[in-house]
Design a protein around this ligand. Structure first.
Ligand code: ATP
Length: 254
């Protein structure tokens, strides 16, 4: 059967000083699957996320999302196309309420215009729809009781949930999660895992960065392993985890 990846990237490189943080010849992200991006500290996972999502510029490379060439395309335009991400350290806005954060998720505007979008309403008459959609997501993520609280009052895990919920406001096709489980209270871990699985059952594609192999084994359909900026292995979790190059990459770094 012909492969139909949602993202295809070629020859992406990014160096900082003398370090090749990312040096990826070829990468495909399979559609409608959960793909885990793993690798030791400093492997280049976050840098690759930043490049793919328009938060950093590569030294070279080209990549496509749904057949669109998106190298150099800004993050808010990517959101409009259906590609969103979350951050290792969440970018939830603490001085805004949970609901205001959700509404920001629907603002496919450049950063400077976000405050206008929030407070002056340049929503083009979509306010009601946006609020209704936010309500549905907040209920699903069990944050509805908190919707009028400042996001700063949330726990680390709740912020992760809010950021994930907010990213869904644009009804994305691809959701990229940078260490969604890091810093999350164990009580919320299972719920986060379930949310990730639900994204897939609702038809979305997920790419996530994770260190914990148990989590990866449980939810990933496909695993991409990075070490020193390069992709050193990929495949189904069980295969990848017995691959000598992978074992070597991990043992070599610790
Ligand atoms: P971790 O698992 O620790 O989050 P990672 O796989 O996400 O690591 P990156 O954060 O992408 O790795 O880092 C890859 C390499 O690039 C590292 O050597 C890092 O020090 C370097 N690096 C990343 N960002 C910068 C930057 N802004 N300036 C200089 N060096 C950077």
């Amino acid at each position: 059967k012909k492969r139909d990846p949602i993202v295809v990237a070629e020859n992406i490189s990014r160096s900082f000083g003398g370090i090749n943080a990312v040096d990826v010849e070829y990468l495909e992200i399979p559609r409608h699957k959960i793909t885990a991006l793993i690798g030791p500290n400093g492997a280049g996972k976050t840098t690759l996320f930043n490049l793919l999502t328009g938060f950093d510029n590569p030294n070279s490379g080209k990549w496509q999302f749904e057949g669109h060439n998106i190298a150099g395309v800004s993050s808010y335009k990517l959101a409009r196309l259906g590609m969103v991400r979350t951050f290792q350290l969440t970018k939830v806005m603490g001085k805004l309420t949970v609901m205001e954060n959700m509404r920001l998720g629907a603002a496919d505007q450049p950063g400077e215009r976000l405050s206008k979008a929030l407070f002056k309403g340049i929503w083009g008459g979509r306010e009601k729809e946006i609020t209704a959609q936010a309500d549905v997501l907040l209920e699903k993520f069990k944050l509805d009781a908190k919707k009028n609280d400042y996001a700063a009052s949330l726990s680390g895990g709740q912020r992760k949930l809010l950021e994930m919920a907010r990213s869904l406001m644009v009804r994305p096709k691809l959701v990229m999660l940078d260490e969604p489980m890091a810093g999350v209270n164990p009580a919320l871990t299972q719920s986060l895992l379930d949310h990730i699985k639900n994204l897939k059952s609702e038809g979305m594609t997920v790419l996530f960065v994770e260190h914990d192999m148990n989590m990866v084994r449980h939810i990933a359909d496909w695993v991409v392993v990075m070490a020193e900026g390069k992709i050193v292995a990929e495949g189904p979790p069980a295969d990848v985890m017995k691959n000598p190059a992978v074992i070597d990459a991990y043992l070599g770094a610790h």
